[in-house]
Design a protein around this ligand. Structure first.
Ligand code: ZN
Length: 55
């Protein structure tokens, strides 16, 4: 396993552990990670996806 990397900007964490400030989103069975900055910028779309589980 490699280090945690942001799905949007590619920023990598310092270890395999996902930093607490990062956000995770499950999409299509894959776990996507968002760094604190991207999570803040995309918090609406991430939460929106969580809300619209019924496709
Ligand atoms: Zn990022």
């Amino acid at each position: 396993m490699g280090v945690a990397a942001c799905a949007l900007c590619g920023q990598q964490g310092e270890s395999e552990d996902v930093p607490l400030t990062w956000a995770t989103s499950i999409e299509g069975g894959r776990k996507l990670l968002f760094c604190d900055r991207c999570a803040r910028e995309n918090v609406r779309s991430i939460e929106g996806k969580m809300d619209s589980v019924h496709w």
